[in-house]
Design a protein around this ligand. Structure first.
Ligand code: HEC
Length: 231
């Protein structure tokens, strides 16, 4: 089940995005997709299981596909339970910001459900906060801005697992002219480095720009959905 959910989520990621991100095209053939991801060197199913549970779902599993619907209180409780496991898993990547992102100013008020079947929470460092938290009105992000998005999944019977950690860091002009000079980094849900712009693993995460380049006007930032924006 976790595998199917993860596959669907990556299917949606790779399906590219439309203006309305909540209206995604149907995922492609799972076998073809799996072949493409493996060819990219990605391990989309990597997660770290936790002991965190949603008691209601453990007693009576959700019957709908994908991430279960959770109340605000359930989300807050499960996020609080998962956070220390994320703090242990992500630094294994050796990426320095994976140790510190949770101390940055919050960019989201609570974990929110993304269209790719992940629950997400976002942070932005001090250098990037004034710009990012001005949302669509902001001009280009200053060099040194870093934005982090940590994720977790919940199965239909209420078991939570650590999902990937995503970073964007604004680099000096010329670092990645095709992508606003942002360095994209993905750390898999088991703490291994999935890929990073400007490194030997760059080709694996070229697909990040498939969506983010559509936001070139807002300096490649797609922003936290309105209801969950930190002030
Ligand atoms: C299917 C489209 C899609 C792909 C592919 C994608 N993203 Fe995003 N990304 C989004 C959307 C939509 C948001 C804003 C809403 C949200 O938080 O989900 C976002 C937000 C972000 C943010 C917070 C900054 C911002 O733009 O507001 C980071 C960091 C990020 N993505 C990193 C990545 C990385 C790293 C990759 C590649 C591994 C990636 N993204 C691939 C759609 C995508």
């Amino acid at each position: 089940m976790v595998r199917v959910t993860a596959l669907m989520s990556v299917a949606l990621l790779l399906a590219g995005c439309s203006d309305n991100l909540y209206d995604q095209p149907a995922p492609p053939d799972p076998a073809a997709l799996e072949a493409r991801l493996i060819a990219l060197g990605l391990r989309p199913y990597a997660e770290t299981p936790t002991d965190c549970r949603v008691p209601r779902l453990a007693a009576m599993p959700s019957t709908t596909e994908g991430l279960p619907r959770l109340s605000q209180a359930e989300l807050a409780a499960i996020q609080a339970c998962v956070a220390p496991v994320q703090a242990e898993v992500y630094p294994r990547s050796g990426v320095p910001a994976a140790r510190s992102y949770a101390t940055w100013p919050k960019a989201s008020t609570q974990a929110y459900r993304s269209e790719h079947d992940l629950f997400l929470a976002a942070w932005v460092n001090q250098a990037g906060a004034p710009s990012y938290l001005d949302w669509e009105k902001a001009g280009p992000a200053p060099v040194g801005s870093r934005i982090a998005k940590a994720s977790f999944t919940v199965t239909r019977d209420g078991r939570a697992a650590v999902g990937p950690l995503f970073f964007m860091e604004k680099m000096e002009k010329g670092f990645a002219p095709q992508g606003g000079d942002w360095r994209f980094t993905m750390i898999d849900g088991d703490g291994q480095l999935g890929g990073e712009t400007g490194s030997a693993t760059a080709s694996r995460i070229g697909y990040c720009l498939e969506c983010h380049k559509q936001a070139a006007r807002t300096d490649y930032r797609l922003f936290v959905p309105e209801p969950y924006r930190a002030k």
